[in-house]
Ligand binder design. Sequence first.
Ligand code: ZN
Length: 261
Amino acid sequence: MTDEHIRLQLVDIGRRLYDKAMVAANDGNLSYRMADDCIITTPSGVCKGFLLPEQMVVVDIDGAIRSNGKPSTELPMHLFLYRHRPDVRAVVHAHPLYSTGFATAGLSLEKCVSAEIITTLGSIPLARYGTPSTPELAESLRPHVHTCDAFLLANHGVVTVGKDLDDAYFKLERVEHYAHIIFVARQLGGEKSLARSAVAKLLDLRGAYGQTGLNPGCASCEEDCIGASCLNYDSKYDPASEDRLRPLVQRIAARVRDAAT
Ligand SMILES: [Zn+2]
C-alpha cells in the first residue's frame, strides 16, 4: 500500500461514512498505520464527505506531527488502539444513528443473538464514558481492547479496528446494521438469545472465518448463553461496584432481619 493509495482510500471511506449518514458535519475520524509505524490520519475540522488526499496528516506512533496540518482531535484514541493491538492497521470512528443510540442509552450489543455477529465480530461492548478528545476516551477502551474489534463509546459513538481500512469500515457498517436489527427486534417483543449449544457450534465455525481470538458474546445471560465461559466475563465483573453496593445490601438485610423479629 503506497502513501497515495491510502490517502485515496481515506477519502473514499470518508465519503461513504458521510453518504450513509454515519457522521454529521465534521464528525468522525479515520487512520491507517503504515509499515514504518507512521500513522496517516484525517485532519481536524473537515467534513468526511469532502476530504482531499493532500489534507491527510502524518504522525508517528507517539503523535508527533510529521507533515503539515492538524490531525483529528481523537488521535489519542487511535494511537492507544495501535499501541495495544500490533495486529491493527486501521481505525474508523463515527457516530452512526442506531449504534450511537444504543451507546447513548447505555446499552451494549453483547448478547449472543446473531449467528453473523458471533462468527465475525464477536462481542460489541459498551466502553464507559470518556470525554471526547482527551486520553480519558482512550482509557475507556482498556478493558475491551484485546478481546474486541468494535466498541460502543458511551454517550458518543462507535470505533472499530481492522487489518486494513476496508476491514475496519465494514466492521463499522456491520455494527450499525446489527444495532438497527436489534432496535427492530425490540419493537417486535425483543431479541431472543441463542441456546448455549447453538453458540458453541458457531464458535467452532469461527476458526474457518479466522476470528478465533475475539470475545464470543455477553457475560450477562446465564441460561441461554455461554455465561461464565465468555472471555469477557472477568472484565465485566466489577468488584468496585460490588463494594459500593455492599453497605446498601447490608442495610436492607438488617431491615429484613428487624422486620422478622
Ligand atoms: Zn466522535
